[in-house]
Design a binder for this molecule. Sequence first.
Ligand SMILES: [Ca+2]
Length: 318
Amino acid sequence: MRAFNNSINQMLFRGFVMICRKDNLIMHDTRLLLKRLLYFSGCLLFMFLFLPFEKGVCADFDYFGSLQEKLVSEGFEREKIVQIYQSPQVFFDTKGVSLFFVHREASLNYNQFPSQLYLTGAKIYLKTYEAEFSNAEELYGVDREVITAIILVETKFGQSLGKRQVINTLSTMASLLDADVRKKFWEEISGSTTLSFEAFEKKALKKSSWAYKELKALLMYTEKEEVNIFNITGSYAGAMGIPQFMPSNISRYAADGNMDGRIDLFEHADAIASVANFLKKSGWYRGINEAKAKKVIRQYNPSSYYIDTILKVAQMLK
Ligand SMILES: [Ca+2]
């Protein structure tokens, strides 16, 4: 889109120069003048038709201004924050965040997982990372089959990591802390949501506070582990990596499975250890009974379909 806009700008400039340059223009040749005016008008029409649709946002509106100030006032280095938000990769993701307001996430078909295809994949996964699973079982006392079932359902063993940039998802949602940004966003989505303005305000305030905390956790994680923030993609909610952790879960539960001194949730060794550590810290212990196991898995995802699927797949792998 940027290259396209540049070419439009070049066309406009050429048209403008053609009309204005007196030495090229024979003023008494009205047909030539008309031709050039038509060319210039065509360019203007093109600009009018296409430019306002770039990324679905208003170019003049500063969506992330107050968000940046808030981050700086809470201790983040101004230079780094400005550098992130000046990047062309960061934009107000109207489409992505409107998913929170316009319609619900399509419900996941959990029945697909206890199938021959995924069970075979799970057995290969268990074999491939046998050493990592042994370490996790020894350190955290969590069954390898349960960890495998979670990694299967979350990301199909790291194959479905989500395509949205987490920085955009969280920044867009967090920017709704600002009343002016909420007003602007409401104008953009009010025609396609069944929510009333009051219900939107309530939801936006709650979700923006949550996203702001997650955004801070993301910034801290990427700085600590020296990860390129623009390389982190995730779900529509901002969950990231093979185990789909929210950024705030990283400091609490993520673990360095391959002992290389870094936590990288896009590496299987770290993902396996992190899921195990999450379950242990949520109350898992060796020989846990089914009722208690359900309570622990509920901390990962409260859906009863999710919990039942994890336990069913784990049982089938034993
Ligand atoms: Ca590691």
